[in-house]
Each structure stands twice: as C-alpha cells, then as structure tokens.
Design a protein around this ligand. Structure first.
Ligand code: NI
Ligand code: MN
Length: 226
C-alpha cells in the first residue's frame, strides 16, 4: 500500500488499484503550499467529520475527479446540496464492501458541525480491511475506550492518529490508543497546522520510542510504502 501525505489530516492511500483520499484540506493550509491539489487523483474520498479542516477541498476534488465521497449521512446530504452526486452515506458501526476492501465506520469522540453551521451528524473513524494492509484512520478524536473494540474487527498493521492536542488527543494519549488498538506503527496527523496544535516532534517521537512504539511523522508531499 502506498501512502502519500498532503498535510494536516489529508492523505491518500493507493491499494488494489484504488486511490483513496482522506479529509481533503490543502488549499487553505500554508504548510501544504507545495502540494499541487489539481494533480491529486482519487476514486474515493473519505470524510471523517464536517469541520472545515477536513472537508474544505472535498467538493472541488470530487467534482474534478468524479470520486465517490464516503461520509456520514448528514454530511452526504450537505454535499449533495453542494452539487455532488456520487455519495455513499455510512454511520457509526456500519460496514461496507468497497472495491478495495471492507470498511467499518467507528466512533470518534469529537464534534462535526459543517462550515456553514449545518448540523453535521456524528464524527467517525474508519477501519480498513484490505489485501494490502489493514489500517485505522481515527479522524479527529479524543482517546476513548471504544478504541479497544477495533482489533476485534481487524487488528490494524498501521494506524493514523491525531497527535496535536487541544482539539484532539495529544501524542501521549495517541500512544495509549496504540496500545488499545494493538498497533505498534502509528502515523501522526493533525499537528503543527495551527498555533494551538504546534508540537515538539522530537519529544513526541521519544515518547513513542520509550513505550516500544513507532511514530512516523511524514514530510508533506512524501510517499511511503507499507
Ligand atoms: Ni475537527
Ligand atoms: Mn480537525
């Protein structure tokens, strides 16, 4: 599986011939100014919740690529009003078989209002079961005991967790989450984009090292293979 990071919580995985983009927020992110948004390909776009720093570029990218957008019921309804037609609504606890594998929508402890104030339903995370790699994208969330359920669906080989604190869990809680979900390899997301989520990256990595875990903080624009 190929992973490419576009900054904040936006990344793409290429697996089994599919190109799956998550939480598109690129054009307003000064840290991602080197990313050419118009060259990003995607056939699926997953949106974890309604906040602007996760949905800002969704309509533009979906319109250009024709990607199927997957999110919760309320967000899909809102996206339809923005002109999108290829939508797949899920809700917490539900599973669906996509061409690239099985996805389960799981609880995230956060909020989900849409940019114009519309009610955005409940935030979600997603667990992916694919032939290539099983992984968990937590979305924006606090550390929550619900995470203990994730390995009973599939033990993830890789987890993408927020680590920036203030709006979500910080890196200490992310390390506790790693233990709960039984996954040693974590990609950190949702840090450094805004002042309240600036972190000391060396400290975060050292904290993970001490607990026998791996924290990967990819460069924006870089691609990693798992
Ligand atoms: Ni949020
Ligand atoms: Mn956020």
């Amino acid at each position: 599986m190929k992973f490419t990071y576009y900054g904040h919580s936006c990344f793409r995985v290429e697996t089994k011939g599919s190109s799956v983009l998550f939480d598109p927020f690129i054009s307003p992110n000064p840290l991602a100014s080197g990313v050419d948004m118009d060259s990003i390909t995607a056939d699926h776009i997953f949106v974890s919740h309604g906040h602007d720093d996760h949905i800002h570029d969704c309509v533009a990218i979906a319109q250009r690529t024709g990607a199927l957008v997957v999110s919760n019921f309320e967000i899909c309804g809102w996206l339809r009003k923005q002109g999108l037609e290829r939508l797949h609504a899920m809700n917490t606890g539900g599973r669906w078989a996509f061409p690239f594998g099985l996805v389960k929508a799981v609880a995230a402890q956060h909020s989900s209002g849409l940019p114009d104030g519309t009610y955005g339903g409940n935030p979600m995370g997603f667990v992916f079961k694919t032939d290539d790699c099983n992984f968990y994208y937590a979305g924006d969330t606090a550390l929550t005991l619900d995470m203990q359920l994730i390995p009973s669906f599939v033990p993830p080989a890789l987890a993408l967790l927020p680590i920036g604190d203030n709006f979500t869990m910080g890196y200490e809680d992310a390390a506790r989450a790693a233990t709960m979900i039984q996954c040693r390899r974590i990609i950190g997301l949702h840090f450094d984009t805004f002042a309240p989520i600036h972190i000391d990256k060396d400290r975060a990595k050292a904290h993970f090292d001490r607990t026998g875990l791996e924290l990967i903080l990819p460069e924006i624009g870089s691609t990693l293979e798992f």
